[in-house]
Design a protein around this ligand. Structure first.
Ligand SMILES: [Zn+2]
Length: 290
């Protein structure tokens, strides 16, 4: 599963940096001191690994490598901020989804942040989307998503509720971030840039720390907006309905072009459509376990 910037800091800005650091201490409470953020442990879950490359067949950039790199950067950042950080994997190994959840469940005062990059057969598909399942994960999802989206030039695909295994089975608040599409030429190029991956990690960390969220960036047109399950300041309207399917959306037979064709369909193609819908269902259930 996929997402993305940084400011160069010149030596002259050391004083500013100190002032900002001081301000941060005042504005942003230390871990576990905030009433709404009673966790001291962050379990970071780098998606995929080992024989599971992630993404779709023939995808050039391996998702598992990108997720691990962002996860390790995030780990460093959060440790520096004083959190205990646990990694579900810290190398290129396969870890089952059940084991990922078991690791997170060992900690009571924890959250789980699963890092993924997205993929689609339609190369134009792009943008950042963030998933949660339980209501007590919605605030965390919004915080992370809004920070990540603010640092990218790619599309805001909204915050979505979906029962991915690690979200559904987690006993602690859990969020899954899709940091952008590795199948999109622009986003895969960005993901291959280490400064961009660092920016992704920094922004995810900002969300975890509950830093004030940046101004809203509208979500991409065409998504169905849902009422916000959380109370938040700012003009956000970024909770959207998760589409019925993720990857299969862009597969053969489901694009706009082919849906036009299907209007003219004969009974033969209707039959074909029905079998493609069964395939979709299978693929959907596979995607739910990401
Ligand atoms: Zn993934």
């Amino acid at each position: 599963m996929t997402v993305h910037l940084l400011c160069a800091r010149g030596p002259a800005s050391l004083l500013n940096f100190c002032a900002v650091t001081l301000a941060l201490f005042v504005l942003w409470p230390a871990p576990a001191s905030s009433a709404s953020r009673k966790f001291s442990t962050v379990v970071i879950d780098a998606g995929h690994g080992g024989f599971d490359r992630g993404g779709i067949p023939r995808q050039r950039v391996a998702e598992k490598a990108m997720t691990l790199d962002v996860a390790q950067r995030l780990q460093k950042r959060l440790r520096q901020a004083g959190y205990r950080v646990v990694m579900t994997r810290d190398s290129d190994v396969f870890i089952s989804l059940g084991e990922r959840v078991r690791i997170a469940s060992r900690y009571r005062d924890a959250i789980l942040v699963s890092v993924h990059f997205n993929s689609a057969a339609r190369v134009g598909a792009n943008g950042v989307e963030t998933y949660y399942y339980s209501n007590n994960s919605a605030q965390l999802a919004a915080d992370i998503h809004r920070h990540v989206v603010s640092s990218t030039s790619t599309e805001n695909r909204g915050i979505r509720r979906r029962g991915y295994y690690v979200l559904r089975r987690s006993s602690v608040p859990a969020v899954l971030v899709e940091c952008g599409f590795l199948t999109n030429p622009t986003e895969s190029r960005m993901a291959l840039d280490s400064s961009y991956r660092q920016r992704l990690a920094d922004r995810i960390a900002d969300g975890v720390m509950g830093k004030p969220t940046p101004p809203n960036r509208p979500v991409v047109a065409g998504l169905v907006h849902l009422p916000s399950p959380i109370r938040s300041t700012g003009n956000y309207n970024d909770f959207v309905r998760a589409e019925a399917e993720r990857r299969p959306t862009y597969r053969k037979g489901s694009s706009k072009k082919s849906s036009k064709k299907s209007k003219k369909s004969s009974s033969k193609s209707a039959k074909k459509k029905s079998s493609s819908s069964e395939t979709k269902k299978k693929k959907k259930s596979a995607a739910s376990d990401e």
